[in-house]
Write a protein that binds this ligand. Structure first.
Ligand SMILES: *Cc1c(COP(=O)(O)O)cnc(C)c1O
Length: 454
């Protein structure tokens, strides 16, 4: 029998104790304000990798996740959670030559965030049911997280969910995906930007007056969201029909960098990754950091059409810094500089303007009849630009991640390509549904009062 190592999770601020996966999952944020990270990354062996082309997505999820949370959950339990969470298709489309698009938009909320949220909610439900506990999930969303989280937790026993969103930064469909559920899901619109919503959540987690609440977060700072996002990188590789020695370039449309962290974890666990291209909109603080070694957050963040990526200070950046032996605190200050040379070997940063994003949606449609939405278009454009700059890598296989369904952005798409994107089943009829949500000003005391009485 192979003993699966018991992986501990440390805080990126290094001032809290290491904890088990279960604790990292249920706590969300470490007591010192840092984010939890696995202290080691077990690698998959070649046999496990070679089996993947014949496996379903849910089997690959089990193989990968068992490695990293292994001892902390029953094997059969994890298997059935994977089967239950991943029952939708994940198409890999060849576009041209060696360039491909992975569509992560076929889950119940038509966003890639379903991959993380569905696994995390089921893992949390598993642990609290086992321990007979209750939980209140408090999370901030720039659109897609909220709907994915709301849908993932909807109807689960002993869990209440409170979701904060910036009133003006969320599309009608995104809002309706959260506000039409009811039951254990409470949604609050706040008159502020996404970064402010996130700050409110962070403040609540540090507030001693809320200590009595069993609070947990479900946004991209939670470890339970991070790990499942490494799985689709393995899946994409397995569908390319290549061996372990063919290294793949991935282009990742990035906002809070949870998706990108998933790619880095996959690489750490043995996936043959040539490079991860960080594709951002005009919020280019990380590409700049990569280039100059100086980090400057963008405050307030810039409004772009790829709205889920309008992030001026990505919450997962301290994790990326930690992977390269650096320390970044929760304010975004670098306490210890990461190994920039190694970072540049693994990562490349490309920032894409709104103008080029629209042009890309138009071009991919007229050239290949492929419909992209703004986030996927940023990634595709980033990949194209990267390959232009690195002609020597044209022989590598590449995968651009499409993170939302085009039908979630009907106005933009119609305006650019002239036809309406086809609505996936999960979204049809949603605009006619009745909504219910609270509104609040950007004031922490008001939020605290509301949570205290919750
Ligand atoms: C959240 C989101 C992103 C950004 O993902 P991060 O993990 O925050 O970098 C990109 N595209 C869409 C559609 C999203 O919802």
């Amino acid at each position: 029998m192979i003993i699966v190592p018991y992986i501990k999770y440390y805080s990126t601020n290094h001032k809290s104790e290491e904890v088990s996966f279960r604790e990292a999952l249920l706590k969300g944020l470490a007591p010192d304000g840092g984010l939890y990270m696995p202290s080691s990354f077990p690698t998959l062996n070649s046999e496990e990798m070679e089996r993947m082309p014949e496996q379903e997505y849910s089997d690959i999820a089990f193989t990968v996740l068992e490695k990293i949370i292994g001892n902390d959950i029953g094997k059969e339990d994890l298997k059935s959670i994977c089967n239950d969470a991943y029952d939708f298709e994940v198409p890999l489309e060849n576009v041209t030559g060696r360039m491909n698009i992975l569509r992560l938009d076929r889950g119940p909320t038509a966003s890639f965030k379903d991959f993380a949220a569905r696994m995390m909610s089921r893992l949390m439900h598993y642990y609290i049911s086992r321990d007979n506990h209750r939980l209140t999930i408090l999370t901030a969303t720039s659109g897609d997280t909220g709907s994915a989280v709301a849908n993932a937790f909807y109807g689960l026993s002993n869990i209440n969910v409170v979701i904060l969103f910036p009133l003006d930064e969320v599309s009608l469909i995104q809002r309706k995906q959260m506000t039409t559920l009811g039951k254990n899901i409470t949604v609050i619109g706040i008159d502020c930007k996404f970064d402010d919503c996130q700050q409110l959540v962070k403040t609540a987690f540090r507030d001693p007056l809320l200590n009595h609440l069993p609070l947990s977060s479900a946004n991209s700072i939670n470890t339970g969201r991070l790990l499942p996002q490494s799985v689709y990188y393995f899946f994409a590789w397995s569908r390319l029909g290549k061996g372990i020695h063919d290294k793949v370039i991935f282009s990742v449309p990035s906002g809070n960098f949870g998706n990108l962290m998933g790619g880095l974890i996959a690489k750490k666990m043995g996936l043959p990754v040539k490079r991860l291209v960080i594709s951002t909109n005009a919020n280019n603080e990380v590409p700049q950091f990569l280039k100059t070694g100086v980090y400057r957050s963008i405050n307030p963040s810039i409004n772009c059409i790829s709205s889920a990526m309008n992030v001026g200070h990505p919450s997962n950046l301290s994790r990326i810094v930690a992977l390269y032996n650096g320390i970044m605190n929760e304010k975004g200050e670098i306490i210890r500089q990461p190994d920039l040379l190694r970072m540049r070997e693994d990562l490349a940063g490309i920032s894409v303007s709104d103008e080029d994003t629209k042009k890309t949606i138009e071009e991919t449609y007229s050239r290949y009849r492929i419909v992209l939405e703004p986030h996927g278009a940023v990634a595709w454009r980033g990949l194209e630009e990267y390959l232009k700059l690195h002609k020597e890598e044209a022989g590598n296989l590449s995968v651009s991640l499409e993170t939302a369904h085009p039908a979630k952005f009907p106005d933009e798409i119609k305006q650019i390509i002239g036809t309406d994107p086809v609505l996936p089943e999960s979204l049809s009829g949603i605009t006619d549904k009745e909504e219910s949500y609270l509104t609040l000003e950007n004031n922490y005391e008001k939020l605290r009062d509301l949570l205290k009485n919750y």
